[in-house]
Design a protein around this ligand. Sequence first.
Ligand code: G1P
Length: 297
Amino acid sequence: MSRKVTKAIFPVAGLGTRFLPATKSVPKEIMTLVDRPLIQYAIDEAREAGITDFIFVTSKGKSALEDYFDRSVELETDLEAKGKHELLDVLKSTYMESGAIAYIRQHRALGLGHAVWCARRLIGDEPFAVMLPDDVIAADKPCLKQMVEAYEETGGCMVAAMEVPQEKASSYGLLDVKADMGSVVSVKNMVEKPKPEDAPSNLAVIGRYILTPDVMRNLETIDRGAGGELQLTDAIAEELRQNRNVFGYRFEGQRFDCGSKAGFLQATVAFGLARSDLRGEFETYLDDLYAVRQAQL
Ligand code: G1P
């Protein structure tokens, strides 16, 4: 099978209840880090990794997310007339080629594995990527691109991996490592959100995957797992039982858990500081804030 990865699935059907009341009307994926929606970061990363087909698994109430990718002729005309060329470039950088995006509806909230399975007909018999937009990764070389390059060597299935604090490990899919080669580890088992006493390690799965079509087939046969949901982790672990390879990839970069409010705030600060147009003013503010807090201690 070819190791060229051109399709990516973006599971975006979640209700985003952790961000209520905002998510009453704004899909979580449209919430902005500085001025770009979360989903834009994921799309940009995917494009840089060579992805050409973008499959969004959505649900009721996500029309704002679909509209976001529309061309805005009104804005374009307005910016052009006013000579605002830089903003026009920003706007155009979000446009997608016609036919590059497909939206699939997940009719029932049966978990991440089920969301991925909903896209099976669009995947066919090719390897594919899965990207969870809640996991935002700041990196010189985009995380998925790092993985695509590693995957060209290894084949099999590959998941992004990162050591997390022991006390948080039970919130993740965790890897049981067979051999540690540094950035690549070969996996002997993986478990979704185990009890602390059952955790095989603190090496956690982060929301970037490169998967074989076999994983889609496994999603048809596995039982519901953690939380009563169909788990992607279990479908990948099934590959190991079939004696096929699964690798973890310790990416270079900083990951932010934008599914949590604290993580979202941290990402906002980091991405704000990384912006040359904002750094000066923002850094002064943070330095002043720090000085005031130190004086209060
Ligand atoms: C999902 C996956 C989990 C993974 C995590 C990474 O969990 O099921 O294996 O470790 O993403 O962010 P969720 O955070 O959606 O509960």
